[in-house]
Design a protein around this ligand. Structure first.
Ligand code: PBE
Length: 267
């Protein structure tokens, strides 16, 4: 129906991701800020969200998803963020590396690598596109590490190898974090660690580092998106600072849709 409102066209649904994601909290904030009480935020996963996006996009149907940058979907599809004049999704922020307390003393080599780890959205994009195009995360990370030996050596220069020490990194199955965690996993493996990449939900990822069952994660979106988790465990982890700058969160739609702002969802 040509005259249907955007809400009617998409059944008043915003396609979300995993409930523990900060992006879901921000979207609920937007629903409240923009008085979108008729709308439902659908819980699922990153993979389900991108599958729904692909399905709609291929048929040029309307869809509204929760999205973030860096993400391969902006390279794969022609998409736009809806303007957010009320600022529900906050400002640009950074992704931080988060170590458990005591890591510096127990495993100074790994600690140092994590402390040095820093790359760009373009770097992460290369790994993400590789995975999107069908490469396994391990192989995509391996290729990036091989092709970027200079960058990697800036993280590892002067750091001694170790002999099979166990190292456990937590991560959530967000496309951006699948890419980053596999790269760091490969770098630590090359340094001699026996690395486990442990896939968990966002809450358990922060809890695990706080209680020491995880050695680290490199998926701390701060200061806004993971603010609740960071303040809950204040003092129970060490923030090693940003590993990537220039992120963004918001509601994302295909460019062929005739709306520009979250305010347009009100009609
Ligand atoms: N995300 C987007 C994380 C950080 C921002 C899905 C990668 C989250 O929402 O918690």
């Amino acid at each position: 129906n040509e005259n249907a409102t955007i809400g009617e066209k998409v059944d008043y649904e915003i396609i979300g991701i995993d409930p523990g994601a900060g992006l879901m909290k921000a979207t609920n904030q937007a629903i409240s800020d923009y008085e979108l009480s008729d709308w439902t935020l659908v819980e699922g996963s990153s993979a389900a969200m991108t599958a729904a996006l692909k399905k709609a996009y291929d048929k040029e149907e309307p869809i509204i998803v929760t999205g973030w940058t860096p993400h391969w979907m902006f390279a794969a599809y022609d998409l736009k963020y809806l303007e957010d004049p009320k600022g529900s999704f906050g400002e640009d922020e950074n992704i931080h590396s988060i170590a458990r307390n005591g890591l510096k003393e127990d495993m100074p080599e790994a600690y140092e690598v994590l402390d040095n780890f820093h790359w760009t959205t373009e770097d992460m994009g290369v790994v993400m596109m590789d995975i999107y195009e069908g490469e396994s995360p391990e192989k995509a990370a391996e290729s990036w590490v091989k092709d970027n030996a200079d960058k990697v050596s800036e993280w590892t220069d002067g750091i001694n190898s170790v002999d099979g020490d166990k190292f456990k990194i937590g991560y959530v199955a967000w496309d951006s974090e699948i890419a980053s965690t596999n790269v760091i996993g490969k770098v630590l493996t090359d340094l001699g660690y026996d690395v486990t990449l442990s896939q968990v939900e966002a809450g358990p990822m922060w809890t695990g580092v706080a209680d020491g069952s995880l050695d680290a994660h490199i998926a701390g979106w701060l200061p806004i998106t993971h603010e609740d988790y960071a303040s809950k465990y204040e003092g129970q982890f060490e923030d090693l600072g940003a590993n990537l700058e220039g992120t963004k969160l918001g509601l994302v739609v295909p460019s062929y849709m005739d709306i520009d702002s979250i305010e347009d969802l009100k009609e």
